[in-house]
Design a protein around this ligand. Sequence first.
Ligand code: ADP
Length: 254
Amino acid sequence: MKSDIKLIDGHGKRLDGRKADELRKIKIEAGVLHRADGSCYLEWGGNKVLAAVYGPREAIPKHTQNPLKAIVNARYNMASFSVEDRKRPGPDRRSVEISKVISEALERVILIEQFPRTMINVNIEVLDAEAGTRCAGLTAAGVALADAGIPMIDIPVACAAGKIDGHVVLDLGQKEDNFGDADLPLGLAPRINEVILLQMDGHLTMDEFNKAFELAHHGCLVVSEMQKKALLEKYESVVQPEEVVQDVQPEESE
Ligand code: ADP
């Protein structure tokens, strides 16, 4: 959508004061739900996202089972209170598309061949939306899958870059998404450096595309470190190294 709104000032500062290559504030917490096999709560700017993983468990109905691999079933849902005007509850064209691209991205990293005839459910609930929810959702799903102990070649992560007022910038906010020129969400398996999701909304020249891809790639690597930190924080607090050492001290002989 085009408008007269100025998204970047003469000093290169954006509406929320960020520089072109600056991410919004991100907070990640692993293992927040007790009944799910793995979970994650993630805040990314104004986005609040919860991801819960169930499985692998026997796929039902039985005819959906694949004898060679697990089915990855990601379900992206936006709460009706997550956007400015109440959203009609339930799936719509957009959420079906996002669920599909996230499922396909996750299939690329999960070792699905190890779990034939099963399904792995990944529920992504967007509680508050402020642009970039598919990246936030995929990032949260990556942490929730790792928290569930599901074998993966890598922890998937995502980040977008885009173009506003003719400038290529990292991680679009709501107004930048609404009134900007283009958005390029990128999903990455960072350790093996493989693209698992790439979409584009709007128009970019080849040079702009390369620059946006580079920025989004850099964003993914930064967020990937935050994912690992969140997982370490959870598991470090479960197992205190000092306690383990104390437990294995041999008893003093008389
Ligand atoms: P993403 O959230 O991955 O950037 P979109 O580009 O489709 O996906 O959406 C951009 C933003 O527009 C969303 O994050 C959300 O804040 C807003 N939005 C999406 N769908 C709706 C809707 N049905 N009603 C109001 N706002 C919406």
